[in-house]
Each structure stands twice: as structure tokens, then as C-alpha cells.
Design a binder for this molecule. Structure first.
Ligand SMILES: Nc1ncnc2c1ncn2[C@@H]1O[C@H](COP(=O)(O)OP(=O)(O)OP(=O)(O)O)[C@@H](O)[C@H]1O
Ligand SMILES: [Mg+2]
Length: 576
């Protein structure tokens, strides 16, 4: 009973996943239809060739049939056409397959990017990559070829059956003997294949995650002399994948073998029956040839129908994995109108950002990181968040940016008598320098312009000037058009921090968030950079986190984040 229930729930999930896939099939219905028509034409031609060759052989055997050459021409003509059709079908499938694959990939990518950070950040990037690549390919292949393939194979099966039925009813009955086996096999196939499929996709995700992470951190692996142990761990990860894959293949080979044997037995039974009827004189040589060809077609379409079951399972598993990451609630810039209005007002009137009685817990459980926190900052103020590592300073900034939502309490931005609750729509008020800098590959200019596409070269240079980076960038042969390596890999940590600050300044937003933004700078450069920022835009709100006492002299107010999650106003002479 338990197993029956599990089977029903598996079928229900598969049905849900296939309904999702059918949404795509519907979107590409004309293509799919064209593909079905090509498949049907090919099948009809192959059946037609078999019937034509029957007439040809009967004509040859009877010797006086003057239509011999016409039959021969039709047989050869149909066979040639079949070739052309199958070539055309392959080409169309390649063209459309790539298009659909790209569109599905783009859809997953944009869905991931639009999802709330809190929902999506717990996935490993390697796992997400695996879904964008592997699962998208499996689904797009399914969208394009599964239904046309199924239609074609069903047509081949029933077409062959009808032809056999027309010439010999007993033969038709024999060829149907395989049907109950197919029904029984499909139940076992669905259950087992689904289990293996999910496990092998997950493990493949782990392999990709592991390799991606270790390649990104190759310098750490080398520094700790961990090369051998990482190679060993990589081997273990791929071995785990291999063992699931092999169990899956073993199961697949055995079931294919059994089904092929059944198909072959049916095909030989048809052959034997045909020979017997020929010996009886009940059928002609031509009909016998027709039976031979058709029984081959019957057994091959039978195996193809059987293989549709595992491929339906595999496509559904991939669809389920894609649905999982694309089904989260999306950020939709819902308060855009009000946010733009207040942003406009902020040009002429002071802005205040205010956190009131905010309590926050990360979704993966644990205790509250912030507990009943209140703080505020207004135009022209520089406010510091201090406190020991891991107490919640970065979390405060993430809440301000609307990357996470408080469990209770409110965070608002107000200007010109209007107020708005912080959300994805209010990110336009902020410039942000994250703790880990977060530069991208591309040129220095690409990185800076990412936040302000219309910025002139002179504005880029001005931002670099303010962050004491202009001399260094100027000394490079290509200046601001010099390439930064992956994640800004070819500049020093302090230079990357200064580039990240330059990028934030270029956005020209009313609130600047600096998360340990100058931690890698020497005191002298840090001092210059901070002074430049403050004097260049005195009206800007600056909220910074720091462990350095030297930074506090720029601050109007200091908040200390405590270990119980509370935040208290602090005196900079005694705190840190
Ligand atoms: N994405 C996350 N999911 C779950 N817990 C998290 C997450 N990010 C941070 N935390 C937890 O929240 C607490 C506060 O982290 P946060 O990054 O805000 O500290 P911080 O004060 O900025 O520390 P540091 O000075 O080291 O940068 C930590 O205990 C951390 O373990
Ligand atoms: Mg932090």
C-alpha cells in the first residue's frame, strides 16, 4: 500500500512537471507541429515503401506483370524521399533545438536573478550552473523531440499493426503479445529511473560545485599544499557520481535487453507464422516480404515506445529541478512610482533612512541576529556600525538594501514629506561597497559604467581620483580600458576596494553604504579616500561598518551591534 501511494505521488509530480513542459511545447507549437508532420511523413513513407516492395516482389514472381517498373520506381523513390526527409528533420531539430535551449537558459538565468536574494543564495552556484546548463538542455530536447517522437513511434506501431491486420489477423494478434510486458515494464521503469535520475543530477551538481569552488580558490589550495588532497576529494566526488550512473546504466541495459528480447521474440513469432502461411499458400512472396519488413518496424517501434518512458522520466526530473529554482517569488519593482517620486524630492530636500524596532533571523534557523534594533541617519550624516565580528553589521546593510526582510519592525526612507518602506524598489537610493568588493571581469571602465551607463570618461576619472586610484590606472598602458581579471583578480585587494568605492561613487545615490570598504588600505590612503568622499558630496548619507577606530572621527554617530542582537548608540571614545 505504501509503495502504491508513493507510486501515485510520483506520477502526480511527473504530471505537474509535464504540465510545465507542455507550457513550452505550446509556446513552440508550430515548430513542434512541423516536426510532427516531418516525422509522420517519414513514417508513412517507410510503411509505403514496405507495401510498394510487396507489389514489386509479387510482380517479379508473377513474371507477366507489366507494372513491374512502376512498382520499382515507386519503391526506390519512396526510399530516397525518406532519406531527404530524415536529413531535413535533423537540420530543423538542430536549428530549433538550439533556439529553444537558449530561451530556456535565459529564462532560468533571469528567474534566478529576479528571485529574492534570501531565497536563492542558499543554492550552491555550481548547482545552479548545472541546472542552467544540463537540465535546460534535457528539457529543451524534450520540448522539441519528445512529443513528435512519441507521435511518430505510435503511428509507426499502429500503422504497421493496421497493415498486418489487413493482410493477416492472427499475425496482428501475435505482434500485440508484447503490449502487456510494456505496461508492466513502464511501472518499474518510472519508479526506478526517477530515483536514479534525481540522484545522478544531484551528484553531478556536486561535482560541478566542487570543481568550480576549487578552481576559484586555487591559490588557497596551493598555499595550504592541499593539491593532492583536493584531487583525491575530487576523485571521491566523481566516483560517487560514477557509482550512481553505473547502477542507472546497469538497470537501463538490463531493461532494454529484456524488452529487446521480447521484441525479437515477437518479431520471430511473426516471421514463423509468415513462413507457415507461405507454406500453406495462404499469402504471396510479396506479402511475406511485407511481413518481414513490418515485423522489424513493429519491434523497433515497440522498443522506441518503451524507451519513451525513461526519457519522459528524465525530462520530468530536469523540469522539476528547473521549477524548483524558478518558482520563487520575484522582485518586481512594485513601488517604482513612489520610489522615483521620493528620489526626485531627495534632490532638493533632506533624506532620512530609519530602522525602527527591527528583529531579524536568517531563514536557515538559529537565533535572531538583530533584536529590536532602531537607528537612523539623515542627509549629510556619517554613521558608523561597530562591534565584534559576526554580530550583524553586514546584516543591517542587507536589510537596508532590501536583500532580506525583517521579521518585525519597519525600515523606511523619507524625503520631502513622503515615506517609503524599503524594498527592491528603493535600491535606487543606495550605493554599496560590499565587504568582498565584488568586481567583475572586463575593463575598469566596464566595471564602473555597470552602475551608470551614461557616465563620461571624465566622470570615471573623477571617481578614480577621489579613491586615489587615478595615478595607478593612468600608469596602465590602456588606462581605464585595461582589463581586470576574473573577479578583479589582477589588482591588489586595496586597489580592488578603491575601484569598488569608485563604482559606488559613480552611481551618485543619496545613501552610501560602506561595508569594511577601506579595511585593506593603509591609514594614509584610507584617510585621503574618506576625506575625498565626505568633501565631494557633503549631503550624502554615509553608513559604514568598521573595526578601525581611525574611521570614527569622520562619523556623526556610532551604533554598536551587540552579541544579544541589540544595537546601542555608542560613544566613540570608549567603544570599539
Ligand atoms: N546568509 C546567511 N545565512 C545565515 N546566517 C548568516 C548569513 N549571513 C550571516 N549570517 C550570520 O549572521 C550573523 C551576522 O553576520 P554579519 O555578516 O552581519 O556579521 P558582521 O557583523 O558583518 O561580521 P564581520 O565584522 O565579520 O563582517 C553571523 O553570526 C552569521 O553567522
Ligand atoms: Mg560584515
Amino acid at each position: 500500500m505504501k509503495s502504491q501511494e508513493r507510486y501515485v505521488s510520483t506520477l502526480r509530480n511527473m504530471l505537474r512537471e509535464w504540465r510545465w513542459i507542455l507550457g513550452y511545447v505550446n509556446r513552440y507549437r508550430f515548430t513542434v507541429l512541423l516536426y510532427i508532420i516531418l516525422g509522420i511523413t517519414g513514417t508513412v513513407m517507410s510503411l509505403g515503401t514496405a507495401v510498394a516492395s510487396k507489389f514489386l516482389i509479387d510482380a517479379v514472381v508473377s513474371k507477366y506483370d507489366y507494372k513491374l517498373f512502376e512498382y520499382a520506381a515507386v519503391t526506390v523513390g519512396l526510399a530516397l524521399f525518406q532519406f531527404v526527409f530524415s536529413a531535413a528533420a535533423s537540420w530543423i531539430s538542430a536549428v530549433i533545438g538550439t533556439k529553444v535551449n537558449n530561451e530556456i537558459r535565459e529564462e532560468i538565468y533571469s528567474n534566478i536573478l529576479k528571485s529574492k536574494w534570501e531565497d536563492i543564495h542558499s543554492f550552491h552556484s555550481g548547482d545552479l550552473l548545472n541546472r542552467i546548463e544540463g537540465d535546460a538542455a534535457a528539457v529543451s530536447n524534450g520540448v522539441i523531440s519528445f512529443i513528435p517522437g512519441a507521435v511518430t513511434k505510435l503511428l509507426q506501431f499502429f500503422g504497421s499493426l493496421i497493415i498486418v491486420l489487413y493482410y493477416d489477423k492472427v499475425m496482428a494478434l501475435i505482434s500485440l503479445l508484447s503490449a502487456p510486458f510494456l505496461f508492466l515494464a513502464s511501472r518499474i521503469l518510472i519508479k526506478t529511473m526517477r530515483k536514479y535520475n534525481a540522484a545522478s543530477r544531484d551528484l553531478n551538481g556536486k561535482v560541478i560545485s566542487f570543481s568550480e569552488e576549487s578552481i576559484r580558490n586555487i591559490h588557497i589550495i596551493k598555499a595550504f599544499d592541499l593539491t593532492a588532497s583536493y584531487i583525491n576529494n575530487f576523485r571521491k566526488t566523481i566516483d560517487a557520481y560514477r557509482s550512481v550512473k553505473l547502477s542507472y546504466e546497469k538497470f537501463s541495459v538490463v531493461t532494454t535487453f529484456i524488452l529487446s528480447v521480447i521484441g525479437l521474440a515477437v518479431s520471430y513469432a511473426c516471421y514463423g507464422w509468415g513462413v507457415y502461411r507461405l507454406w500453406q499458400g495462404a499469402i504471396t512472396f510479396g506479402t511475406m516480404t511485407l511481413f518481414l519488413q513490418i515485423s522489424g518496424g513493429l519491434s523497433s517501434s515497440f522498443s522506441a515506445l518503451a524507451s519513451l518512458v525513461p526519457s519522459a522520466v528524465s525530462i520530468a526530473t530536469s523540469a522539476g529541478r528547473i521549477m524548483e529554482v524558478t518558482s520563487y517569488e520575484k522582485e518586481a519593482d512594485g513601488d517604482r512610482g513612489l520610489a522615483l517620486e521620493i528620489l526626485e524630492k531627495s534632490k532638493n530636500s533632506p533624506v532620512t533612512v530609519c530602522m525602527e524596532n527591527v528583529t531579524f533571523t536568517y531563514s536557515d534557523g538559529g537565533s535572531a541576529v538583530l533584536n529590536n534594533v532602531s537607528l537612523r541617519a539623515s542627509s549629510g550624516e556619517t554613521v558608523a556600525l561597530v562591534g565584534p565580528s559576526g554580530e550583524g553589521k553586514t546584516t543591517v546593510l542587507k536589510l537596508l538594501l532590501g536583500l532580506t526582510e525583517p521579521d518585525s519592525g519597519t525600515i523606511t526612507i523619507s524625503a520631502g514629506g513622503e515615506k517609503i518602506k524599503v524594498s527592491d524598489s528603493t535600491r535606487r537610493f543606495f550605493s554599496y561597497v560590499p565587504q568582498e568588493t565584488g568586481m567583475f571581469s572586463g575593463t575598469v571602465a566596464d566595471n564602473l559604467r555597470a552602475v551608470n551607463a551614461s557616465a563620461e570618461d571624465s566622470e570615471l576619472l573623477e571617481a578614480l581620483e577621489q579613491t586615489e586610484m587615478a595615478d595607478f590606472i593612468g600608469s596602465l598602458s590602456e588606462g581605464i580600458y585595461s582589463q581586470l581579471g576574473e573577479m578583479g583578480g589582477n589588482v591588489s585587494a586595496g586597489q580592488a576596494q578603491r575601484l569598488a568605492i569608485a563604482r559606488a561613487l559613480l552611481k551618485k545615490a543619496p545613501i552610501l553604504l560602506l561595508d569594511e570598504a577601506t579595511g585593506s588600505l593603509d591609514p594614509e590612503t584610507e584617510d585621503k579616500v574618506l576625506r575625498n568622499i565626505m568633501t565631494h558630496n557633503p549631503a550624502q548619507i554615509c553608513i559604514l561598518t568598521t573595526h578601525r577606530e581611525s574611521m570614527l572621527r569622520y562619523c556623526d554617530r556610532i551604533y554598536r551591534v551587540n552579541s544579544d542582537g541589540s544595537v546601542t548608540a555608542a560613544d566613540f571614545k570608549t567603544e570599539l
